[in-house]
Design a protein around this ligand. Structure first.
Ligand SMILES: [Zn+2]
Length: 164
């Protein structure tokens, strides 16, 4: 007979066994409405080399490769996606926001301001779906507050007025 009491519950083991890339893949696929492949850089050094080779800004946290249809995430965003079962953290919200931003690019939203609106709009919904943070709770309002702060702190070309 199996000692069921010693096994983790299904949900705990599902969370523990899910990598950041798997979580982010699920998140971007929901936002994009189709499967989108993602990758997580294995280290900060590897990420910086990747950005350099692609001639991208060294402060980029993620980018969408339209040729291969892959979203690449840096370590900060992948790390935030490990917070799915830890309540609301700035790193979690940044991951959700950036995942939605890149998913927007993957479905043809080219401008950065427009993509950031997707980050703003999707943050609470993604927190509900993937981190169990219910709408109309203080935790959900905190998600929106952090997402607005991310939007507020972004460079000007990322801050177009989002239609409500
Ligand atoms: Zn972008």
């Amino acid at each position: 007979m199996l000692a069921i009491g010693l096994l983790p519950t299904l949900s705990e083991s599902a969370i523990a066994g899910t990598t950041s890339a798997e979580s982010l893949g699920s998140i971007v696929s929901v936002v994009a409405g189709r499967p989108v492949n993602v990758s997580c850089a294995p280290s900060e050094d590897a990420w910086l080399r990747e950005l350099e080779q692609g001639q991208m800004d060294a402060d980029a946290v993620a980018y969408y490769d339209g040729e291969l249809d892959v979203i690449h995430f840096g370590p900060a965003i992948c790390g935030g996606a490990q917070d799915l079962d830890r309540g609301v953290t700035p790193a979690l919200v940044a991951s959700l926001f950036v995942a939605a931003h890149e998913a927007a690019h993957a479905v043809g939203v080219d401008d950065e301001g427009g993509a950031n609106c997707w980050g703003l709009y999707w943050a609470q919904d993604l927190a509900r779906r993937f981190a169990g943070i219910q709408f109309f709770t203080p935790a959900s309002r905190l998600v929106l507050e952090i997402a607005r702060q991310i939007q507020h702190d972004a460079p000007p070309e990322y801050r177009s007025a989002c239609p409500v």
